[in-house]
Design a protein around this ligand. Sequence first.
Ligand code: ZN
Length: 100
Amino acid sequence: MDILQVYKCVKCSKETFPQKLICNNCGSIDFIMINSEHAIVEETSIIRHMLGSKDWKPRKIGSVRTNKGVLLTVGLSDEVVSGDKIILFQKDGAILGRKE
Ligand SMILES: [Zn+2]
């Protein structure tokens, strides 16, 4: 389980995820990685079917805004609801959130 990292523009400090080649705020191409551990859940939904997947189990996802202001779509554990403060982490390349 790894802490999620987002990209911060060296020049104007705008934070973004996933990484962009060029900062859409100032045009810089220099980014550093910073930890982004917390987010607030803005909206949740359930993915009930996945094309091409036979053994798919319904999975909760949500739009979350990190403490750095970056909006992400992440996988959520079942008990998470809109308005919750969550911890973000990465597992097998996916970004996930769980209650604090
Ligand atoms: Zn910038």
